[in-house]
Structure formats: structure tokens, C-alpha cells
Ligand binder design. Structure first.
Ligand code: NAD
Length: 497
């Protein structure tokens, strides 16, 4: 087998069969009005593919196809549905090189992370939910002897999925897999920054024996295709991952259309709390480094606020800066040795630069980075950056920057740490590093977050519910419960005497 280091990824990128169309009713199709939009490779600022730009009419066409496919898919024997989804997962793995290249070219994630992480994880997501197909049952309720009441769990119909660009493949998988396993049909609108892998997924689903119309993709801009999907009167549920601002719109669209179900996975400003009695400071530093610089900080649960006890504060900073210099050097994302790619777009790069400026103006001390690296040429790169002396009311501590910017906040008591951790509109994740078990569990209880890690960070598997509290959203991905969120209950009451 060829190792990924031995592969010439630039050559493969030149030879890649790109995906430019929507995928509706089992086939790739251009937009009805033939419009397209350009996708820019953030590593060199060049347009590398033009993709169909969906309109209200394209979305409607996809929803109609999904509605038509729904009766047969929802009534298919669950084990047959499972077989198709399992085959789909295998095909994701065998097409992994292409899928990885598409996302790396579209949004800049290093190719190693794509192959080792994203592709394998996407296949896992499908396998996990495929296994649930014939494990979901209804119920019979205890009534008096004159009646018989049973509960059916039924798929909802057409599910609209709207996803972001930071993990295109796994974000799409996280919505599609449970929706399909539950017997729904899907119309996916991927981010306009990273459209290609979604269309390839839909193609692979057909190759796996998936019926046409069950899984459709409409590409395009949020305010056009995304809005049309979220407002569509025949869409039963919107599963959305993205920013708080757009998540808010999803609820408005639902209210203004058919009161569809809305599940949101939104932003974060996650605290990493390091207490003075931390057992392994080096490990905590390593978690912090990967937590904020992985995927160039474009991660919903990025460890963007590091709350460090005063007794280990200086030591933590010194070690963080040393290991970051060694491990995170921005570079060509098609080089398998690169650990840090560009930001997704020039707009995102400018946003992060503005935050770096604002942090300094508000009095934080920039210790590392803060600039476009000299080697960047035309790409949208930013150096890994670290601030100390950050106050929690500063913008760099309150706003989701979505870039490689660590804000280090010093604290002196547990109460202070909890109060700072919770002083945010977000509540996605938190992590706590301490040797004291009672303190760890007390903080896990007191910190407002959907996911709390104790003495580690970013570990999970498919059984772990993923999602936030407060303005980080209302939905949950992964885990068995998620399948139920794509089903609705029907009560059947019969008089039997
Ligand atoms: P975004 O909100 O700008 O866009 C997300 C999706 O919504 C895209 O497909 C976009 O085209 C679409 N969209 C935009 N405007 C729309 C509108 N008016 N109507 C309908 N659709 C519209 O987010 P982004 O910049 O793509 O992604 C980054 C955000 O996603 C961050 O806030 C990040 O925290 C969040 N995120 C959250 C999780 C999680 O699990 N909680 C995971 C990944 C990303």
C-alpha cells in the first residue's frame, strides 16, 4: 500500500475529477438557470472549480424528488436500509483520496488530517447509524383492559441539512446518516466554501444501491439555496450546523413557513480550565495547543479561552509557546507533513487579523504570531497566535474568532474560574485539568457546557452526545438519541372491548 507521505498529492489534485453539479434524483445536474459560483483554493487564492449555484427552483426540484422517494425508502425493510448504508460507508473509505483532496482544495485542511481523521470518521458515522436501522422500536403503553395503545416511531419526511465548511465531510455525515437511517429523505445544502465532497457523497450513495431521490445535494449560497431550503413548506426538519447568527435565522424561517423542526449546532468559546494541581502540565499544554491550533482554529469547540491558575500560569505559557513553535508551522496543505493549513477565505483571514488588532488595543499582550507568515505568498494563512493578560470582557475573550488565536486568562480561585468560564453566550464544550477528583466533578457540574472533558480534550466516540447549551445550539449529533430526533411518534389507540 502506498503511504500518504509517498503520494504525490499535487499530481492527484491536477487529475481530480471535480464535482460541479447539484445531485438531484440520482444524477448530477446543473442549475436550472445555469448559474455557477467560483470556489477559491485558500492555499493559493486561485479559483479551482466552478459549481452550480442553486436557486429556489433547484431546491424545489430536490425537495420534490425527495418527497417522491420517501414512501419506498421509509418502508424499505430496515435491514436492507442498513445494508445500503454499510456499503455506502465502505465506499467513502475506498473513495477517501478523492474526498480528502476535495476538502483540502476547497477549505485548506491539511491532507493528513483529512485522510487520518475526516474520511475514517465519516465512514464510522454511517456505520454507527446504519446499525440503528433495525434497533429502533415503538412501544405499547399500560392502559386499562378495554384499550390497546401503541406508539409508532415514524420518519418525518424530507429533512433539509445545512452544513458549514470547517469539517465538510463529517458535518455532512453527521446530519445525513441519522436522517437516512431513520427512514427520511435528505436535501443537503453544503457550505459554498466547500461544496465538492457533498456531491461526491451523493454519488457514492447511488453506487451503494441507494435509491434516486433519497439523498440530494443542492449547492449554492446561504441566502439563496440555504434560505429556500429552510423556508420550504414541504421540508419537515432543518438540521443546521453553523454560526449563531444564521442559526437564529433558521428559527425565524421555520416560524415564517411551516413550523418545521429545527436542530442547531452553533458556535463556541470553550474554556480550558487548568488548576494549580494539574497532574500532567505537559499533557494539558499539548491539549491546549491542538485544541486551538488544529484546523487553524476553525473549530466550533476550539480551546479559545485558556483559564490558567496563577500558580502554573507562567510555566503553562512558556511550554505552550515552545511546543507550538515546534508543531504548528503554516504550510502547503497538500504536503502530508503540514500540520497547519490556511484559513478558509480572505474574509476569514481579515476577520482574524482584525481580532489580533483589537486584542492589542484592548490591552492584551501578544506573545506569539499575530501576522500573515512571510512564506504565505497568496494563501490566506495566519501564524499561530497567543495572547496573555486577557480580560474576559475583551472581544477576543467573548467573540468566536474562528482562527488560531489563544487567549490566556489568569485566575486565582475555583469560584473565579467558574464565573469566568460561564461568562459567555456560548456553552458548547469545556475541559478541566486537575488531580482532585471531587474538584473535577464539581466543576463539571458547575460549568455550563454540552460536553465537559476531565483531564483531556477533544476525545469522543460515536456513543457520546455532541452539542451545546445556551447559544451554542439546541441539537445533538452522534449517539443513539440522535436517531430519535429524526423520528416522530404516532399514538394509536384501539378500543378492544
Ligand atoms: P455560517 O453560519 O456562515 O454558514 C453555515 C451554513 O449556513 C452554510 O452552508 C451557509 O451557506 C448557510 N447559510 C448562511 N446564511 C444562510 C441563510 N440566510 N439561510 C440559510 N442558510 C444560510 O457558518 P460557517 O462560517 O460556514 O461555519 C462556521 C460556524 O459553524 C462557526 O460558528 C462554528 O462554531 C459553527 N460550527 C458548529 C459546530 C457544532 O458542532 N456546534 C460544528 C462546526 C461548525
Amino acid at each position: 500500500m502506498t503511504t500518504k507521505a509517498a503520494i504525490d498529492w499535487h499530481k492527484l489534485a491536477r487529475e481530480l475529477r471535480v464535482e460541479q453539479h447539484h445531485f438531484i434524483d440520482g444524477a448530477g445536474v446543473p442549475s436550472i438557470d445555469r448559474r455557477e459560483f467560483a470556489v477559491v483554493n485558500p492555499a493559493n487564492a486561485e479559483v479551482h472549480v466552478k459549481v452550480a449555484r442553486g436557486s429556489v427552483d433547484d431546491v424545489d426540484r430536490a425537495v420534490v424528488a425527495a418527497q417522491r422517494a420517501f414512501p419506498a425508502w421509509s418502508r424499505m425493510a430496515p435491514r436492507q436500509r442498513m445494508k445500503i448504508l454499510m456499503d455506502f460507508a465502505d465506499r467513502i473509505e475506498s473513495d477517501g483520496q478523492d474526498l480528502a483532496l476535495m476538502d483540502t482544495l476547497d477549505m485548506g485542511m491539511p491532507i493528513s488530517n483529512m485522510i487520518d481523521g475526516e474520511v475514517a470518521e465519516a465512514a464510522d458515522i454511517f456505520r454507527f447509524f446504519a446499525e440503528t436501522c433495525d434497533k429502533i422500536s415503538g412501544a405499547v403503553t399500560p392502559t386499562d383492559a378495554s384499550a390497546f395503545n401503541y406508539i409508532l416511531r415514524e420518519p418525518m419526511g424530507v429533512v433539509g441539512a445545512i452544513t458549514p465548511w470547517n469539517f465538510p465531510l463529517t458535518q455532512a455525515a453527521g446530519k445525513i446518516a441519522p436522517a437516512l437511517a431513520a427512514g427520511n429523505c435528505v436535501v443537503l445544502k453544503p457550505s459554498e466554501e466547500s461544496p465538492q465532497s457533498a456531491t461526491r457523497l451523493a454519488r457514492l450513495f447511488i453506487d451503494a444501491g441507494g435509491p434516486p431521490g433519497v439523498f440530494n445535494v443542492v449547492n449554492g449560497y446561504g441566502h439563496e439555496a440555504g434560505k429556500a431550503l429552510a423556508k420550504h413548506m414541504q421540508v419537515a426538519k432543518i438540521a443546521f450546523t453553523g454560526s449563531v447568527a444564521v442559526g437564529r435565522k433558521m428559527m425565524i424561517y421555520a416560524g415564517k413557513s411551516n413550523l418545521k423542526h429545527v436542530a442547531t449546532e452553533l458556535g463556541g468559546k470553550s474554556p480550558q480550565i487548568i488548576l494549580g494541581d494539574v497532574d500532567d502540565l505537559d499533557y494539558a499544554v499539548e491539549c491546549a495547543m491542538h485544541g486551538i491550533f488544529g484546523n487553524s482554529g476553525q473549530v466550533c469547540n476550539a480551546a479559545s479561552r485558556m483559564l490558567v491558575h496563577e500558580s502554573v500560569h507562567d510555566e503553562f505559557i512558556e511550554r505552550l509557546i515552545n511546543v507550538t513553535r515546534e508543531n504548528y508551522v503554516p504550510g502547503d496543505p497538500l504536503d502530508p507533513l503540514t500540520s497547519m493549513g490556511p484559513l478558509v477565505s480572505q474574509k476569514q483571514q481579515q476577520t482574524v487579523l482584525a481580532y489580533l488588532e483589537s486584542g492589542q488595543q484592548e490591552g492584551a499582550e501578544l506573545l506569539l504570531g499575530g501576522r500573515i507568515p512571510a512564506t504565505a505568498k497568496n494563501g490566506f494563512f495566519i501564524e499561530p497566535s497567543v495572547f496573555r493578560n486577557v480580560g474576559n470582557r475583551m472581544r477576543i475573550a467573548q467573540d468566536e474568532i474562528f482562527g488560531p488565536v489563544a487567549s490566556i486568562i489568569r485566575f486565582s480561585s475555583l469560584e473565579e474560574a467558574v464565573s469566568i468560564a460561564n461568562d459567555t453566550i456560548y456553552g458548547l464544550t469545556a475541559s478541566i485539568f486537575t488531580r482532585d477528583l471531587a474538584t473535577a466533578h464539581r466543576l463539571a457540574r458547575d460549568v455550563q457546557a454540552g460536553v465537559v472533558w476531565l483531564n483531556t480534550m477533544n476525545e469522543s466516540d460515536m456513543t457520546m452526545p455532541w452539542g451545546g447549551v445556551k447559544q451554542s445550539g439546541t441539537g445533538r449529533d452522534n449517539c443513539l438519541d440522535t436517531v430519535y430526533s429524526y423520528l416522530q411518534t404516532k399514538s394509536v389507540w384501539a378500543r378492544i372491548s
